[in-house]
Design a protein around this ligand. Structure first.
Ligand code: ZN
Length: 228
């Protein structure tokens, strides 16, 4: 009996060790995290992908919107680039860059046009769209992709009447989420809980959701480890 128990104890110790080792990532990733929620194992893909080496993201911001919103949006683009480069161990590829433009007219020549308005009421598809959204189409001539992102610190609650001034981490989460759409990711089945879930519950979440191996694996499925 005693012997059996001690053998069990050894087995238990062994299991614990395996368990602990499993949770140490291969290397210390700085720009992404390991997937933690496994109720879904893949990100649905959108019906488009980029077929060019460089993606030029331009950000237009209304004067009344504080500059930090521009910075957070630029950071959202840079987070995807750094995460993809780190995940694929490829520093040359994934050439997506973001810059500021002074006028809406200056957005015209950009691959990705980002508008940051002071209210959702300025969105081009308001009142159909009352929260951050992305619209992607293929150009008539040539078949290049053309993406437009609409962001605002002020959005409308799902109830259709309560205006919400987003806490900064919720705005940052939506910026990263929308750039995920730009890159070719669709929505998760789960309403919330994932970066690419259609909703972000900022009462429940106390910080923005990280880019994880789940989203990065989905993008590698589209572009390979060589990137776009
Ligand atoms: Zn979305």
């Amino acid at each position: 009996m005693y012997r059996k128990l001690s053998r069990l104890a050894v087995a238990a110790t062994f299991l614990v060790v395996i368990f602990v080792f499993n949770f140490i990532p291969a290397f210390a990733a700085k720009y992404y995290q390991e997937q933690t929620n496994f109720s879904e194992t893949s990100v649905p893909l959108a019906q488009y992908s980029w077929d060019q080496d460089e993606i030029d993201v331009c950000i237009y911001k209304e004067n009344s919107v504080p500059n930090s919103y521009y910075v957070w949006t630029k950071l959202a683009v840079q987070s995807w680039r750094q995460a993809l480069r780190e995940y694929t161990d490829n520093q040359e590829a994934w050439d997506i860059t973001a810059r500021y433009v002074k006028s809406q007219a200056a957005l015209e020549s950009c691959d990705v046009k980002v508008y940051i308005y002071d209210t959702y009421k300025d969105f081009h598809d308001y009142p159909a769209q009352t929260g951050a959204y992305t619209s992607v189409k293929y150009n008539d001539n040539g078949g290049d992709l053309d993406a437009t992102v609409y962001l605002s610190p002020l959005v409308l609650h799902g109830d259709g009447k309560t205006e919400i001034n987003l806490p900064s981490y919720a705005f940052r989460n939506s910026a990263v989420h929308e750039i995920g759409h730009v890159l070719g990711l669709g929505h998760m089945q789960s309403t919330k809980g994932y970066l690419m879930s259609p909703q972000f519950d900022f009462w429940e979440e106390k910080d923005q959701l990280p880019i994880t191996t789940l989203e990065l694996g989905a993008l590698v499925k589209i572009y390979g480890t060589d990137g776009f």
